[in-house]
Design a binder for this molecule. Structure first.
Ligand code: TYD
Length: 143
């Protein structure tokens, strides 16, 4: 059975001049960081993601605005609503994830454990379910 996603409560340095949060590899990130990318200027109603990774671990943070990360672990779906920059969603490999319901001006920041390799992507939900060890859903899947 593969690992499940969970939320990480990041440090908050509260200050009258403005607050500060951070992540550093040894404390808040449960993998070695190889890459960061970010998703922005998402038109209303658009959906990003809808894939899984064979090997890559990720942390996803809503640095600005809000969006939902819908995660399917092969048997169950979980919805994580990200709207605070001091929460990071940890996504181990082999979790199908879709980012949706982006607010205006939202900024999704992602740190990843691998460099970009298209071969690490699973872009078919059926392939994902077979690899995750569950039979395909008889009604299909809409993510
Ligand atoms: P992709 O991860 O497929 O985005 P989404 O799943 O949200 O549609 O990335 C879109 C394109 O961006 C992909 O075809 C290749 C490119 N890309 C990179 O070159 N490097 C990266 O680190 C990422 C994440 C994407």
């Amino acid at each position: 059975m593969h690992a499940l996603p969970y939320l990480i409560d990041l440090p908050k340095i509260l200050d009258d001049r403005g607050n500060l949060s951070f992540l550093q590899e040894s404390d808040q990130i449960p993998f070695e960081v190889k890459r960061a990318y970010w998703i922005y200027d998402v038109p209303g109603g658009e959906v990003r993601g809808s894939h899984a990774f064979y090997r890559s671990h990720e942390l996803i943070i809503a640095l600005s605005g809000s969006f939902d990360v819908v995660v399917h672990d092969g048997s169950e779906e979980h919805v994580f609503s990200l709207k605070r920059s001091y929460y990071a969603l940890y996504l181990p490999p082999m979790n199908w994830r879709t980012l949706r319901d982006f607010s205006t001006n939202s900024l999704a920041f992602v740190v990843a454990s691998t460099e970009y390799h298209e071969s690490d992507y699973i872009r078919s939900f059926e392939t994902f379910q077979m690899a995750a060890g569950s039979p395909p859903c008889p009604n299909g899947h809409s993510s």
